[in-house]
Write a protein of this length. Structure first.
Lengths: 304, 266
């Protein structure tokens, strides 16, 4: 059984690079929302009819976001082609094209938000699709990683964590949706608070289960630890964001303190989702290994 | 054929998107002229100057007001460099005599049966020093609004109405003024610059010329009214509670004074 990442995993580092730029893109998008810059460039796909608009005021945030988005789009095209050429696992090959489809849809949604003057449902969808795309790229990076292959060799536990891990990832995604609704519609914060409670309970339960288990691969424990640390940081950022919003409620323009904290809140939210997706992938793997001695998501074979 | 049909759908959607999008209502001014013409009385009302009446007064505030917020233009040298002194927000501007500046005062009811000529003289909205001048503007339905950019930096002008068409257009330095109209009555239309998010203005669009905005002494005056019974209303962007309407009956050539009082929402 192959244990190296082989030629199929040769795109791993490129997938990691794409994931890093996607994270940067999410942060850039959060800065656009925080600075109320979404409509500072009235046209799309060009900016002020040009690829290089005046670099003034909020145009910096909006056009910067567009530039990073275009770069991520190009990275995703290259990644999808690379995966298609080198990957032998059918589901993973498809994942590359799905990621490309999602990033194209995301670009069009971004354009619609500008041309239709930021309709809240589209803005929420744009925010959530960004997280979906991030999950896809992180999944590609993880499924092509040496850690994924190593785990197969180590896995011996049949602990059924997969449902709990999936439920946690789903709850985190729901929480990001509630956060986006709160941010883009100025609706009440209660649903987002309840979402935070649900995520904390599920993630705490999952982390406890992982730590109590014996014989689990190190990757699973590391993902659980990351999830716990990020969740604690996220709760603090959420509280700080809310208190700062209250303290600056009568502000007449975006406050840098609020923008900074809320942007960090969005960014850490994306990292939590990524950690939970990795955890879910890992737990599925462990379950498959334990029950059937064979993974549902197979290890990376070397393509001859 | 079937494949072609499937391909046509996204193409049609994209075409609709580039044409302006179904989220916005692209209204032709001429179409709206017809609509307004059908709803309004056909005959233009001429007010006899000899019988014209006047309403005047002041808008006071009571209680505490939020402190004036200094606008942070520091990150924008092109804006900050236009001022030698700190610039403060115009959201709530109290005067020394316990009155308020930037309150829109207008005849809210009582003129429905009359139709007034639309002025051809444009109202002016300027972007100067990275603030809107004036902060609050009243115009008549379909009156031209001449929008200027007197700054050495790029702005965008973005009204967000509920009853008129929304638009968002950029204005680079030294470009010719934009001429715009608002074909439907609306109190008030927020206007903002998304490039410089502190820039906000409000436009009140009415089917008659009887409106005023309070100034540095908190006073207003509405002149040239035909005799009759009216409801005078006021609008402030932040203070919403208090005495916000007055009913007045005006005889020929009469002048009446009514005062209003606003306070923060409890």
């Amino acid at each position: 059984m192959p244990t190296s990442i082989g030629s199929a995993g040769s795109y791993h580092y490129f997938a990691v690079l794409t994931a890093c730029f996607t994270f940067l893109l999410i942060v850039a998008g959060a800065l656009v929302t925080g600075n109320e810059a979404g409509l500072s460039v009235p046209d799309w796909p060009l900016s002020y009819g040009s690829l290089n608009p005046p670099w003034e005021g909020n145009i910096r945030y909006e056009h910067g976001h567009r530039l990073v988005a275009a770069f991520v789009g190009l990275l995703t095209i290259a990644l999808a082609v690379w995966v298609w050429k080198k990957e032998t696992r059918g589901p993973v090959r498809k994942l590359g094209w799905i990621a490309l489809g999602v990033v194209v849809a995301q670009g069009i949604l971004g354009g619609i938000t500008v041309l239709w003057y930021l309709p809240a449902p589209i803005s929420v969808l744009h925010a959530c699709l960004a997280q979906t795309f991030f999950c896809l790229v992180v999944s590609l990076a993880w499924l092509s990683s040496p850690a994924w292959t190593r785990q197969r060799r180590d896995a011996s536990c049949s602990l059924p964590l997969n449902r709990l891990a999936m439920a946690t990832a789903g709850a985190i995604y729901l929480q990001l949706l509630l956060g986006a609704i709160f941010r883009h519609t100025q609706s009440g914060i209660l649903p987002h608070l309840l979402g935070a409670l649900l995520v904390t309970l599920l993630a705490g339960w999952l982390i406890a289960r992982v730590y109590r288990s014996e014989g689990l691969p190190s990757g699973l424990a590391a993902a659980a630890t990351s999830l716990g640390i990020l969740l604690a940081l996220q709760l603090l950022l959420g509280l700080a964001s809310w208190l700062l919003r209250l303290a600056t409620a009568d502000a007449v323009q975006p406050q840098s303190s609020v923008v900074g904290v809320t942007t960090a809140h969005v960014g850490v939210g994306a990292l939590i989702l990524a950690a939970s997706v990795i955890l879910a992938l890992q737990s599925f793997r462990v379950r498959s290994e334990g029950r059937r001695g064979e993974s549902r998501l197979p290890a990376i074979p070397v393509k001859s | 054929m079937r494949l072609k049909s499937y391909l046509c759908l996204p193409v049609a959607l994209l075409a609709a998107l580039f044409a302006g999008g179904c989220g916005s209502v692209d209204i032709d001014d001429e179409d709206l002229d017809d609509v307004d013409g059908a709803e309004a009385p056909a005959m233009v009302t001429r007010v006899d100057p000899a019988t014209a009446a006047t309403v005047n007064g002041k808008v006071y505030f009571e209680g505490d007001l939020p402190r004036a917020r200094r606008l942070a233009m520091d990150a924008e040298p092109a804006c900050a460099g236009l001022h030698t002194a700190p610039v403060y927000s115009e959201v709530v501007v109290p005067n020394d005599n316990k009155t308020l500046r930037h309150v829109f005062v207008y005849v809210k009811e009582g003129l429905e049966a009359m139709r007034f000529e639309t002025p051809t003289e444009p109202a002016i909205l300027d972007q100067k020093g990275c603030i809107y001048l004036p902060h609050m503007l009243g115009v008549q339905v379909n009156q031209p609004v001449r929008i200027l950019n007197s700054d050495p930096t790029t702005h965008n002008v973005h009204p967000t109405p509920r009853n008129n068409r929304e638009w968002n257009e950029s204005m680079a330095p030294n470009v010719p003024p934009k001429m715009k109209k608002f074909p439907r009555e609306e109190v008030m239309i927020p206007v903002k610059c998304n490039v410089h998010p502190w820039m906000k203005s409000y436009i009140g669009v009415l089917p008659h010329p009887f409106f005023s905005v309070t100034g540095a002494d908190g006073s207003f005056e509405i002149t040239g009214l035909p005799p009759g019974e009216y409801t005078i209303g006021i609008w402030h962007e932040f203070l919403k509670e208090g005495v916000t309407t007055h009913k007045v009956t005006l005889a020929a050539s009469e002048s009446k004074s009514v005062d209003f009082t606003l306070k923060q929402a409890s």
